[in-house]
Design a protein around this ligand. Sequence first.
Ligand code: ADP
Length: 176
Amino acid sequence: MTIWFTGLSGAGKTTIAEKLVQVLRDRGRKVEILDGDVVRTNLSKGLGFSKEDRDTNIRRIGFVCNLLARNGVFAIASAISPYRSVRDEIRATHSDFVEVYIRCSIEKLTERDVKGLYAKALSGEIKNFTGISDPYEEPLNPEVLLDSETETEEESLAKLVARLEELGYVAPAVTA
Ligand code: ADP
């Protein structure tokens, strides 16, 4: 299956995706993570941030996720993926797809500014920055909605794992 994280930069996609990898590996599953920032240094090297390049980047990640997913691997995508139509297009290529939207307000993200990008985007130093000077289309019906503004990392992770169990994708942890 594919677990697709979407949300603004700094919302918590990579943080929760990496924790989820650990949980799934501990339960004996094969897992691969495709992180947007990492993919842009290899598979999508050279692509920029125009709508066309963003869509191409997301389609490539979706393509690889699909290859992995149909071979029994949990493919986890962690990328802003701002456009709803492309996310839905990738969903349509999958038989098992879970969209995880990590929500956080721009105010909180600007305050958090983990990578120092919001300050640069607000000053205009970085152009076409999602949420500031480029669009982000929220999922209308994600399978999982996490709110990193009000939840701790542990709470968000627990909520996600519980939902994957509820959907039947992950067996509950065996307690001794
Ligand atoms: P993204 O991958 O979406 O760009 P990161 O995972 O790199 O975001 O950064 C998210 C930041 O938010 C981290 O510093 C993390 O500690 C913090 N954070 C606070 N609460 C949460 C939460 N509930 N879930 C995920 N991250 C959180």
